[in-house]
Design a protein around this ligand. Structure first.
Ligand code: PEP
Ligand code: MN
Length: 341
């Protein structure tokens, strides 16, 4: 339920409504907008008729039910767009941003060369996996703490904030010590104990969409984070499984536009995992931004043919610089043909 407070509601009236919501058995989430405060009452075990009586409380303008199953994530509750601050970089504002870096951190040379190139070309956030979710247990699993140390060094040198994946609840404290943003990988989107733990983390979360999740399931996964207390969530579309076999995944552009319609959270897009093929990444990056993405995440490697993971979808440093240049050139948009009469 959304409790819309009137424009001139006092703090005392707001506090009173919060108190009553809790007494009725719901969680209260206060959202202060530019014009008015709204309070979300969420939960499944509350006494609804008592809650509805709040209509008569001083300072309350109206009560509106939230029809979507995801409540705190929904734009019904919050119309203003959320801006998530990642180590000083705002995601979700007027501008789109670029997160880039290797799939896996492999060595000091590899990471630092990539980090310098990412900064040089205008990227805002450095990505790099320390703990890798791999389909086969025989594939490279990541350098762990050694990679986290290298990411820290790369941030110190370049000033770029770091995003890296955390795979298990046990690693949350450790990874939080190093990273500016914690990535929930696609395979863990519905790892509910991990989501509950990350809801209590101090760091913003990058929530990747599972390749088999509907948009609703993706937003409900985000709801775990918000309802548990972490409002700093960025959604990431990274492709879904379809019958298409020429591409690793099918990059779901419509889901980007839809998630932005349904939710106030920022949405970024990962065309590297979304397609698995370097050749289509520039076009899909432009398309994602045109669809409303607040940023893109791309995999970059100094020598993709030697990459220990995801080489075929990684751009080399030159191709990344080229991509950045292209994205900055609006004249890339082709002109519409006009009818000749
Ligand atoms: C990654 O970002 O390298 C990764 C493993 O992504 P995903 O979880 O989307 O497969
Ligand atoms: Mn990868």
């Amino acid at each position: 339920m959304i409790v819309n407070m009137s424009r001139n509601a006092t703090q005392e009236q707001i506090d009173h409504v919060v108190e009553r919501i809790k007494e009725c058995g719901y969680q209260a989430h206060v959202i202060r907008g530019a014009e008015r405060t709204v309070i979300g009452a969420v939960g499944s075990n509350g006494r609804r008729s008592e809650l509805e009586a709040l209509q008569a409380a001083p300072g309350v303008e109206e009560l509106v039910p939230i029809s979507q199953p995801f409540k705190l994530v929904s734009r019904q509750l919050r119309q203003e767009r959320t801006i998530v601050n990642v180590g000083g970089v705002p995601i979700g504002g007027e501008h789109w941003i670029v997160m880039a870096g290797p799939c896996s951190v492999e060595s000091r040379e590899q990471l630092l060369a990539t980090a310098r190139a990412v900064r040089e070309a205008g990227g805002s956030i450095l990505r790099g996996g320390a703990y890798k979710p791999r389909t086969s247990p025989y594939d490279f699993q990541g350098l762990g703490v050694e990679a986290l140390e290298l990411l820290r060094e790369a941030r110190e040198e370049t000033g770029l904030p770091i995003v890296t994946e955390v795979m298990s609840t046990e690693d949350v404290d450790l990874v939080s010590d190093y990273a500016d943003m914690l990535q929930v990988g696609a395979r863990n989107m519905q790892n509910f104990p991990l989501l509950r733990r990350l809801a209590r983390a101090e760091k913003p979360i990058l929530l990747k969409r599972s390749p088999s999740a509907t948009v609703k399931e993706w937003l409900l996964a985000a709801e775990y984070l918000l309802s548990g207390g972490n409002a700093n969530v960025v959604l990431c579309e990274r492709g879904i499984k379809t019958f298409e076999s020429e591409l690793r995944n099918t990059f779901d552009l419509a889901a980007i536009a839809l998630a932005k319609e349904l939710s106030h959270l920022p949405v970024v897009a990962d065309p590297s995992h979304g397609t698995g093929r370097r050749i289509v990444i520039p076009a899909m990056s432009r398309a994602a931004i045109a669809a409303g993405a607040d940023g893109i995440m791309v995999e970059v490697h100094p020598c993709p043919e030697r990459a220990l993971s995801d080489g075929p979808q990684s751009l080399d440093l030159k191709a990344f610089a080229q991509l950045m240049e292209e994205l900055d050139r609006p004249e890339r948009t082709r002109a519409r043909a006009t009818a000749k009469v």
